[in-house]
Write a protein that binds this ligand. Structure first.
Ligand SMILES: *Cc1c(COP(=O)(O)O)cnc(C)c1O
Length: 421
C-alpha cells in the first residue's frame, strides 16, 4: 500500500495533486510520501515486536537527508556503505550507536571517521579488512565492535547483479572459514566481536533463501558460542522484495519475514538487526516526467519523455520493470495502445519499457513511474549534461523541495579549465 492515489482523476502524492508539484519544480522530479516511508518502517517494527531488535534502513536505497531524517525520528538505525553515508546519517541526527557500517571496501579513512564519530558495529567482509580495522582502532586506543559478514552460499534467486550470497559473489567470508577467523579476531586488541552478519541479495520474492541463510547463521552462532565467542547480535541484512508490477507479483510480507526470523534464530537470545532498504523506500516514491513527443516509428510508437536513464537507471541496468501511469487518469474504456517509453539520451539502452499499454498521450502530459523511491535518485547522474533530477517530499498537504535541480551555472562551475587553455 502507498499514498499515491487518483482523486478526481488526478494522481496525488498524499493530499497534493502531482500537476501542482510539476508546476512548481518542473519535470522530471522524484516525489516521496512521508506517510508511506513511515508506514513501511513501522511494518518492520511490528514484525519484530517483542524481540530485541534494531531496524537499520539501508541508506544506499535512498540517502536524501530528509528521507533519512524522517526515518531517524521514528528511531531507525542506518546501514551505511561509505564515509559519505555515515556522515549523512549523522547529519540527519542518527546517533553513532544506531549505525552499522557495511561494504567490501572500507578504507582506513572511513574506519577512522566512524570510530571517531561513534559506531554500533562494522560488518567486516574479509581478513585483510579485519587486520586493517584492528590496526586503525589500536592506533586510536579503541576497540572496534564487529560482526563478520558470512557468505552462506545460498542462491537468493534474484537478479544476477544484486545477488550477494553465493560463493562466487564478492561479499563476505565463506561460512565454513568463519570460526577460524572469529578465533583470530578474538586475539586482536583492536577488535571486539559482537555478532554475525549476513546479507544474501536484494529484491527477494521468496522467503526460502532467507530461511536457508538464517538457519546456517543460527548453526554458526551455536558453534561460535561453543568456542567461547560472545555472539549477542545477529545482523540478518536486507533484501525483502517489493511488487514492481501491481498485477502479478506478491512478495512476502514483513510480518511473515518477521515470523521466519523468530522461527530460525529467535531461540538464540540475540538482538536482531535487519537492513531493509527497498521495501521501506521503493513504493514511497514516484518519478514524474512529461511527454516531449509521441513519435510514430517504423511499426512502433515511441513515447519520448523528459526523464531518461540518467534519472532512473534501473530499467537499463537490471532490465527492471516499473509501472508507468498517466497522471491524468484515462477515462474508463479509453483505448490503450502499445508504446515504447524512452528518454532523450543518445543510447538505445535509454528505454524504460517496450510495448507498454498506455492511452493516447499528448506532448506536455505527465506520467509517473511507480516504485521509484529506492535505487532511483541515488543512482542518478548528469549524463548528457542533464541536470541532476530534483527530489520533493510530501507530508499531508505540505510540499518541500528536498533537493533542488541544479542550475546550468552550478553544473558547469564544477568543471575547471587547466591553466594552458
Ligand atoms: C543493499 C544492501 C541492503 C539493502 O537491500 P534492500 O534490497 O534494499 O533491502 C542491506 N544490507 C546490505 C549489506 C546491502 O548491501
Amino acid at each position: 500500500m502507498d499514498h499515491f492515489q487518483y482523486r478526481g482523476g488526478i494522481l496525488h502524492a498524499e493530499d497534493v495533486p502531482l500537476p501542482e508539484i510539476a508546476a512548481q519544480v518542473g519535470t522530471p522530479f522524484y516525489v516521496y510520501s512521508s506517510a508511506t516511508l513511515e508506514r513501511h518502517f513501522r511494518l518492520f517494527e511490528e514484525a519484530l515486536e517483542g524481540m530485541p531488535h534494531l531496524v537499520c534502513f539501508a541508506m544506499k536505497a535512498n540517502s536524501n537527508l530528509a528521507v533519512v531524517a524522517t526515518l531517524a525520528r521514528l528511531g531507525a538505525g542506518m546501514d551505511v556503505v561509505s564515509g559519505g553515508e555515515y556522515r549523512k546519517a549523522r547529519a540527519a541526527g542518527v546517533p553513532g550507536d544506531r549505525i552499522v557500517f557495511s561494504g567490501v571496501g572500507k578504507t582506513r579513512e572511513e574506519m577512522r571517521l566512524a570510530l571517531e564519530g561513534g559506531i554500533r558495529q562494522f560488518n567486516v567482509e574479509s581478513e585483510p579488512e579485519l587486520e586493517a580495522l584492528d590496526e586503525v582502532a589500536r592506533s586510536m586506543g579503541l576497540r572496534a565492535p564487529i560482526a563478520l559478514r558470512v557468505n552462506p552460499d545460498v542462491d537468493a534467486r534474484t537478479h544476477e547483479k544484486i545477488s550477494t550470497g553465493r560463493k562466487e559473489d564478492k561479499f563476505g567470508v565463506p561460512i565454513a572459514r568463519a570460526p577460524e577467523i572469529y578465533d583470530r579476531a578474538a586475539g586482536m586488541a583492536g577488535i571486539e566481536v559482537v555478532g554475525v552478519d549476513v546479507h544474501i541479495g536484494s529484491q527477494l520474492i521468496d522467503l526460502a533463501p532467507f530461511e536457508a541463510a538464517f538457519l546456517k547463521v543460527a548453526d554458526l552462532t551455536r558453534e561460535l558460542r561453543a568456542r567461547g565467542h560472545d555472539i549477542r547480535r545477529l545482523d540478518l541484512g536486507g533484501g525483502l522484495g517489493i511488487p514492481y508490477a501491481r498485477d502479478n507479483s506478491a512478495p512476502p510480507l514483513p510480518l511473515d519475514y518477521g515470523a521466519l526470523i523468530r522461527r530460525t534464530v529467535g531461540d538464540l537470545g540475540c538482538e536482531v538487526e535487519i537492513e531493509p532498504g527497498r521495501l521501506i523506500a521503493g513504493n514511497a516514491g514516484l518519478l514524474v516526467a512529461s511527454v516531449i513527443y509521441a513519435k510514430q516509428g517504423e511499426g512502433r510508437r515511441f513515447l519520448i519523455l523528459d526523464a531518461a536513464m540518467n534519472d532512473l537507471i534501473r530499467p537499463a541496468m537490471y532490465g527492471a520493470h516499473h509501472d508507468i501511469v498517466p497522471v491524468q487518469e484515462a477515462p474508463a474504456g479509453a483505448e490503450v495502445m502499445p508504446w515504447d517509453v524512452v528518454g532523450p539520451v543518445c543510447e538505445s539502452g535509454d528505454t524504460f519499457a517496450r510495448a507498454r499499454l498506455l492511452p493516447q498521450l499528448e506532448p506536455g502530459a505527465l506520467v509517473a513511474f511507480r516504485s521509484a523511491g529506492a535505487y532511483g535518485a541515488v543512482m542518478a547522474s548528469e549524463y548528457n549534461t542533464r541536470p541532476l533530477v530534483p527530489e520533493v517530499m510530501v507530508r499531508g498537504d505540505h510540499v518541500a523541495v528536498i533537493r533542488a535541480r541544479p542550475s546550468f551555472d552550478e553544473m558547469v562551475n564544477r568543471d575547471s579549465l587547466p591553466e594552458w587553455l
